[in-house]
Design a protein around this ligand. Structure first.
Ligand code: GLY
Ligand code: MN
Ligand code: MN
Length: 418
């Protein structure tokens, strides 16, 4: 309660004397007739209140905090059960005053509201740096999600369907009391591992193939975002081991260099360089590493970002307008930020053999001197490998890694052992 109050005070302080801050919570979204989509509170609202119910508002007027809750009738209680009334909500959420949502006009009074865009930007700024309270939630969301990953590694067998593993992951999180996943689980066997946002999750697992699982649950709204790639029969082949080792080396090097003051885009380039060197060793790329990175050849095998912010949203706020930076690198990256203590970011390099890229005639022409396409074609049955951990940037030292799921080759094989 104190945690949320401190955040509300901080926000109110930023707009002291400049009007009243009004924030609307999430509303239920209808799926059809009497069925709504599972409700998940708006992240800004959750950040400031911890209130998980729909239909609420928050009004911050100087030092006064008003939470507005929906007025429910007996009919509503028949179907939905108990809903806290004003007195109970006041105690539960530690606000000065609770009113009904239909009294919003009265709560706002005659003062002018602070423009919503300014409030959003202030929240982007605040949410980027996690407090110790938020980190405690993120640590726990990661631990539970990580344990679920280990459970899946242990129980996966050739012949199962991807959705069986999805069900194992989801059930391990729900059993631990985490009601929401942070995003739809990607459970991708074999070639499907090369589909970056694969969601079908219905293919049969084959011995000799890899399985890529990108899944995480949220606690108190705070997300975990974890990817592991492991051999379905428990033992990496030589070829899988070679590619896996490159991705792992890229990830470990970037984690070791994730410090305050470092620009995230530079870390991305660092990961591209490790991957370029590794793919050169495998004979898939040839030429100077700088040229392969800047000319885009590496992107044929690693076509996504290294990192993004993580928090109440899986692709979390990036810190507001005051932190916007030009991209200092020669490669296109979407997320450019100077890392600060308290930022939580993912570290998720990958290597994929994606038919849509490797068979593209324009790309084949463009990169004919840099890529051994005949060799790359022989990997089209491979799928992809991504290794994703979540780390907290710390002052004066290496980051804290929130993710402790096995990722060294021997440790992954041990976790798969049956
Ligand atoms: N799970 C989405 C991502 O890794 O960014
Ligand atoms: Mn991610
Ligand atoms: Mn992910």
């Amino acid at each position: 309660m104190n945690h949320y109050r401190a955040l509300r005070r901080e926000l109110a302080k930023r707009f002291a004397g400049r009007g009243v801050v009004h924030l609307e919570g999430g509303k239920p979204v209808s799926r059809n007739f009497d069925v709504d989509y599972a409700f998940r509170q708006n992240s800004d609202f959750l950040y400031l209140t911890g209130v998980e119910e729909s239909g609420c508002h928050l009004v911050l007027d100087g030092s006064r905090e008003i939470l507005l809750v929906p007025r429910v009738d007996a009919h509503h209680r028949v179907w939905e059960g108990h809903v806290p009334g004003p007195a109970e909500a006041k105690k539960l959420f530690g606000v000065d005053r609770v009113m009904y949502a239909d009294e919003l006009k009265k709560a706002l009074g005659s003062k002018r509201p602070v423009p919503a865009a300014l409030v959003r930007d202030a929240l982007d700024e605040m949410r980027a740096v996690k407090t110790e309270g938020e980190l405690a939630l993120m640590r726990r969301a990661n631990k539970i999600s990580g344990d679920a990953h280990v459970d899946v590694m242990r129980r996966a067998r050739p012949g199962m369907r991807e959705y069986e593993l999805q069900a194992m992951f989801d059930s391990a999180c729900v059993k631990a009391g985490l009601k929401h996943l942070a995003y739809p689980s990607i459970v991708a066997a074999g070639v499907h591992g090369a589909v970056l946002h694969y969601r079908k999750n219905d293919a049969v697992l084959k011995s000799g193939d890899l399985l890529l699982i990108d899944a995480g649950a949220e606690l108190g709204g705070y997300a975990a975002d974890i990817t592991r790639t492991f051999p379905i029969n428990g033992k990496f082949t030589r070829r899988q081991r070679d590619v896996y080792s490159i991705v792992l080396a890229a990830q470990k090097e970037c984690i070791a260099h994730a410090r305050p003051g470092v620009i995230s885009a530079d870390l991305h380039v660092r990961s591209m360089r490790v991957i370029a060197e590794g793919l050169k060793d495998l004979g898939l790329l040839r030429g100077e590493t700088d040229g392969l990175v800047e000319g885009g050849a590496v992107r044929l095998f690693y076509p996504h970002g290294l990192t993004h912010m993580l928090g109440l949203d899986v692709h979390d706020v990036t810190g507001g307008k005051k932190r916007v930076l030009p991209n200092p690198t020669k490669v296109p990256v979407r997320f450019v930020a100077k890392l600060e203590p308290g930022f939580v970011i993912t570290m998720e390099p990958g290597i994929y053999f994606i038919e849509a890229l490797l068979k593209d005639p324009v790309l084949r022409r463009k990169h004919k001197d840099s890529v051994d396409f005949a060799k790359a074609d022989s990997y089209l049955d491979f799928g992809g490998i991504r290794i994703e951990d979540d780390v907290v940037i710390r002052a004066g030292g290496p980051p804290e890694n929130l993710t402790s799921v096995p990722k060294e080759i021997d440790a992954v094989e041990a976790a798969c052992a049956r």
